[in-house]
Design a protein around this ligand. Structure first.
Ligand SMILES: [Zn+2]
Length: 365
């Protein structure tokens, strides 16, 4: 009882950390329904997604829930001398972040990667995707494989046309279609979706992985929800997943009719990112800041401000052209001055999975 009161108090007191130092961009505001809408009309897949649903422990501070095996001294030593041994590190935010030691989703009969060079993410993300794809493959062994569009680039960061997909925790995934015929065009796809396998995939993500949020067009959500009800799923449980305002696990997002977007908790990678943020500048190869492009700015002007070079910025951001878009986030390699500042997101606390009553009872045993 006392414990539950303390826990409740801690949740009530939870507030985002404003850890961004002067001169750097503050953490993203908590996501709203509108923030999932596409603010950039330029690309079909462009998205605006912010980190939310993370909680800070205001009493005990950023405790080491997921990296307690590493003392500060050991972490600093590995950072200096044995970086690879740390595993994947998720720095910053989904919309303003990067990755160190990314893991790549391998080839597998259960899935197809649209772009192997964009199949890099935090270890937890890659494992979550593999788990859910394999669950569908086990249930429907004769089905075509699941299709992964993008996770992110090997070192994370800006990935056109996405606004997120930067810190290794986001993935774009295709739906399954009836008779495996993918409809052409960009119109409504509600009636072409195969709800059986598509729901199996979403269900596996929700019940077998630590997915944080799924973004999907409302029309598609209705198809899946109606099918799940018909198939006998618990109505109240589905009520927590679909059409429950900001509390829904599945949120509406424009331009998510031909794929859906999943963002995962990557607790160890995220906690490593928080702890390593102050040490980033100790390695020349990690001495990078993020710059948000303002109106009228050119790459040359940005390079001048940071005393770096246009070519270094192009290389760090996988860009081949010098065209920039407003609000685009660029990683800026600092060639001359060390930077030990990076926006630090709130400490992550992975909530209990959203399980149907039958599986909740099993999980409690
Ligand atoms: Zn996406």
């Amino acid at each position: 009882m006392i414990l539950s009161i303390i826990l409740a108090l801690r949740l009530v007191l939870a507030a985002p950390l404003s850890a961004a130092p002067p001169g750097f961009f503050p953490p993203e505001p908590a996501a709203t329904d509108d923030s999932y809408d596409d603010a950039d009309q330029g690309g079909e897949d462009s998205e605006s997604e912010s980190d939310n649903a993370t909680a800070v422990d205001p009493i005990f501070g950023p405790s080491l829930r997921y990296t307690g095996d590493l003392s500060d001294a050991e972490l600093a030593r590995k950072w200096r001398d044995d970086l690879h041994s740390l595993g994947s590190v998720s720095i910053g935010f989904a919309e303003q972040g990067r990755l160190i030691n990314a893991a790549q989703l391998p080839d597998d009969p259960a899935w197809i990667r649209q772009r192997s060079d964009l199949a890099w993410g935090a270890q937890e993300t890659v494992e979550s995707l593999a788990t859910s794809f394999r669950a569908v493959h086990t249930q429907f062994p004769d089905s075509v494989p699941a299709r992964l569009s993008h996770i992110g680039a090997k070192d994370g960061g800006y990935l056109r046309p996405h606004k997120s997909h930067q810190s290794g925790r986001a993935a774009d995934i295709a739906f399954f279609y009836k008779k495996d015929v993918v409809p052409g065009g960009r119109g409504r796809r509600d009636r072409f979706i195969d709800p059986v396998r598509s729901w199996a995939l979403v269900r596996a993500l929700i019940t077998q992985t630590d997915v944080q949020v799924i973004l999907m067009d409302r029309g598609i959500q209705d198809v899946l929800r109606n099918y799940a009800l018909e198939a006998g799923e618990d109505r109240a449980w589905l009520g927590r997943i679909f059409r429950n305002g900001k509390a829904s696990l599945v949120q509406h997002a424009r331009k998510h009719r031909d794929h859906f977007h999943a963002r995962f908790f990557a607790p160890r990678s995220q906690e490593l990112g928080r702890r390593l943020a102050p040490l980033l500048a100790e390695r020349a190869d990690q001495n990078v800041v993020v710059h948000r492009v303002k109106r009228g700015q050119t790459l040359g002007a940005i390079a001048h401000v940071y005393a770096t070079s246009v070519s270094a910025i192009l290389k760090a951001n996988h860009l081949h052209k010098t065209f920039l878009s407003l609000d685009q986030r660029l990683q800026i390699p600092l060639l001359h001055k060390p930077c030990n500042r990076w926006p630090i997101p709130p400490a992550v606390v992975v909530p209990a999975r959203c399980l149907p009553p039958s599986e909740s009872a099993t999980a409690a045993l």
